[in-house]
Design a protein around this ligand. Structure first.
Ligand SMILES: Cc1ncc(COP(=O)(O)O)c(C=O)c1O
Length: 379
């Protein structure tokens, strides 16, 4: 079945007792057992919950994977992945990772003995050079947040296999509608479901998807043992959001293209980062490995003061962290999402004081362009 059909139906069936079309919210902590150690597949809601299971099956289907494991946040999913490793193990990560993932790796996981090397994963040679004896995982974000640099997923998957290590892609920015890393040979896909998958900015959640049975067993052990699972209600909200994922992504993408072109043509704007622009250095790769370019755009204004004036003048875009909701958001990565990345590293990555990131929503695109146009006049 095609993606749109799977978004609406995968993993779901009318509830057997009443025929309810929508998956019930099984808001229960525990389940009655028929006799000692005889149950219906559900013992305790940290271990299994029917609403969460249906969400996991739905998201696994969209990514083309056999197994999904939902977590309480995107970062809980990254932490869950890290729990598959041991002290002394090593990861090779994209240098321009989401700031929270960077902070998790450098300020918490490092204390448990996990070592991470950050490299430009669009440079395959740099990735290969960083792999060492205890490397267990290559962790990639493509496109990156907020500079939208791409990594060749097929090449990374091949390199990881050659070295007998796992590859993982944080696919939050693209969603499975535009990019399905498992199809490129990647072992593990991770999402912050907070973003496009839920799409309505009313949930914090995460998920890990894989085809690998033994990895899946270990992830289920982590879910149950470490316990950072989403609530039944949050699972249900994401499941409901996913039903319109394909339609929302089409709107984010077509609005994103229009707005990137508008910004690119405007002399008040510096460099524009958007993989859909023909002058994006990896536009060709974007066309090859993605089915759309999405709604995330970054661009440079002339310094922090201009950025501050721009943001203050916006009326439709809201200044807020996060992305991927139906509403348009604006953020200043240097002071907000990437504040935990040291300034020197931020500048080297292109996160300059005038950098602005847009999460383009699904409002009327003319209204969005008018809002940006007026705010640019204030810079
Ligand atoms: C690309 C990416 N990955 C992971 C995360 C972390 O997800 P969460 O905020 O759900 O913990 C974020 C959050 O912004 C993100 O943008």
């Amino acid at each position: 079945m095609k993606l749109a059909t799977r978004a609406v139906h995968a993993g779901q069936h009318p509830e057997p007792v009443t025929g309810a079309i929508m998956t019930p919210i099984f808001q229960t902590a525990t389940f009655a057992q028929d006799a000692i150690a005889q149950h219906k597949g559900y013992e305790y809601a940290r271990t299994q919950n029917p609403t969460r299971e249906i969400l996991e099956a739905n998201l696994a289907s969209l990514e083309g994977g056999a197994h999904g494991h939902a977590f309480a946040s995107g970062l809980a999913a990254v932490t869950g992945l890290a729990m598959l490793m041991e002290a002394g193990d090593h990861l090779v990560c994209t240098s321009n990772l989401y700031g929270g993932t960077y902070r998790l790796l450098t300020t918490i996981l490092a204390g448990f003995g996990l070592r991470a090397t950050f490299v430009d994963t669009s440079d395959l040679g740099a990735v290969e050079e960083a792999i060492e004896g205890r490397t267990r995982l290559v962790f990639v974000e493509s496109p990156t947040n907020p500079i939208l640099t791409l990594t060749d997923l097929g090449a990374i998957a091949g390199l990881a296999k050659e070295h007998g290590i796992w590859s993982c892609v944080d696919n939050t920015f693209m969603s499975p509608i535009f990019q399905r890393p498992l199809e490129h040979g990647i072992d593990i896909v991770l999402h912050s479901t907070t973003k496009y998958l839920n799409g309505h900015s009313d949930v914090v959640g995460g998920v890990i998807i894989t085809d690998d049975d033994s990895l899946s067993e270990r992830l289920a052990h982590v879910q149950n043992t470490a316990g950072a699972v989403p609530s039944p209600f949050d699972s249900w909200l994401v499941l409901r959001g996913v039903k319109t994922l394909h339609l929302r992504m089409q709107a984010h993408d077509s609005h994103g293209r229009r707005i990137a072109e508008f910004l690119d043509a405007d002399s008040r704007v510096g460099r524009v980062y958007y993989p859909g622009l023909v002058d994006h250095p990896q536009h060709r790769l974007a066309e090859e490995q993605m089915d759309g370019f999405g709604g995330m755009i970054s661009f440079a204004l002339d310094g922090f003061d201009a950025a501050e004036r721009f943001v203050a003048a916006l009326r439709v875009f809201t200044l807020a962290e996060s992305l991927g909701g139906v509403e348009s958001l604006v953020c200043h990565p240097g002071a907000m999402t990437h504040a935990s990345v040291p300034e020197e590293e931020r500048i080297a990555l292109g996160i300059v004081p005038g950098l602005i990131r847009l999460s383009v929503g699904i409002e009327d695109v003319e209204d969005l362009i008018e809002d940006l146009d007026k705010a640019l006049s204030a810079t």
